[in-house]
Design a binder for this molecule. Sequence first.
Ligand code: ADP
Ligand code: MG
Length: 499
Amino acid sequence: MLKDCRTVWANCLRVIKANIGEQSYRTWFEPIIPVQLHNNVLIIQVPSQFFYEWLEEHYVDVLKKSIYQELGHEGRLEYSIVVDQGNGASKPRTVNIPTARKAAYPTPLQQDNAMAASAMTASARNVAAAAAAPVSPDKAATLRNPFEASKAIDRNYLKSQLNHTYSFENYIEGDCNRLARSAGMAVANKPGTTSFNPLMIYGGVGLGKTHLVQAIGNHIKATTPDKFVLYVSAEKFTNQFIESLRSNAVQDFANFYLLVDILILDDVQFLSGKDKTQEMFFHIFNHLHQAGRQIVMTSDRPPRDLNGLEDRLLSRFKWGLTADLQSPDFETRMAIIQNKMQQDGIDIPPQVVEYLAHSVNTNVRELEGVLISLVAQSSLNRREIDLEMAKQALRHIIEEVEAEVNLDFIQKTVAEYFSIPVDLMKAKTRKKEVVTARQVAMYFAKEHTSHSLKSIGHNFGGRDHSTVIHSVQTVSDLIDSDKVFKGTIQELRKKFAGK
Ligand code: ADP
Ligand code: MG
């Protein structure tokens, strides 16, 4: 009876899967393609020489076992090695195994580089496959030394793209960032060896994500200069990747990233909906993580809200630690302003500092923006910074802040959105659309004002605090379960963000 190579390999995989870890399985076995079965010789295609050597070195026993179970004593395995150069030329080389190639096994340094090379080949091929038709073995490129590409790169000369002004010393600690900051420091002191791998920092705009992850990078660079730290925004990563696709250099792209010891990817939400870039990042992530390299990421929202990111990528983020950044409280804002003044040699009277810290409670970037504009004005007008000037500079921001925290404004905006009169929201009616509008308005009142539950209830036609709790809960549940509703909330939230 003729067996088909795919069935045989699928059965082998079942044996292999049961015998090795999931991550190893994914990394080393999922990219393999069964090519042919002839006279009890199964030919499988692997993405590179290194890949083949790695399999031989680490998985030869389980491979033998699986082949034996499927094909008996006569069974043999052969590898077809592909180094896809993206130009689809020439044939893969086939080698016979089992062959103990221990002597030829790379030294640790080579291994490091080769790991990079091989992994890239694998991902490159997957990306190419996703982009066009699957790579057929006949079209695969000639075998070339997989160490070649990466050997040429000396990691010490690679630029980290770090901004030296961001450090832990000038990253003010507060309740808003305590966990994220201390996890960041732990990672900075022991990259790749804590359980915070990956470390994912999330938080709204201007709350200090970039500063914190850059501080991690700078600290590592300062203490262990030989480590290759790379800071890159997800946007730049995406653009580089697209460019590499365009110029047939996907392999070089991946090669480069697999050399990184500490990869800092800023604003991962940018990868949403970019499937091929995600695929590439997924492979890089897996290889770096498996090799014990540190990965640090930031996002402007919690991972669960990263719509458009593949589940398998999201599930990776959960392997490590996710920590959030909140808006700084008054005391932290004071400390941030004082620190900034000291750093830039600015002198501002204490009551002005207090006024600023009190008024600008949106985010740190805005706070810094106001400081800068005050300094500019003061030098332009040759006038000392005083309270009057600060009030003048803050006029438009304060208005927004007030609109934000104002209960009337929330009721009016929500009522308008649902096209109902404001008074109806406070009335006794239980009509569905009115109830929904009321609940949504209560939800935002809780989120954006400092009113107590009791006071919110009071302002919605004298309802009690348990009604408010129920409304907030209902809205939260709906956000999780109903996409359309979630969209509504997001749209309304923009109106309250005051930007
Ligand atoms: P994000 O990346 O979250 O949008 P950034 O890291 O760019 O925010 O921070 C915005 C500005 O605020 C930066 O200039 C940063 O130095 C400053 N900043 C944020 N948080 C802090 C903090 N805790 N201490 C000092 N400066 C901070
Ligand atoms: Mg940022």
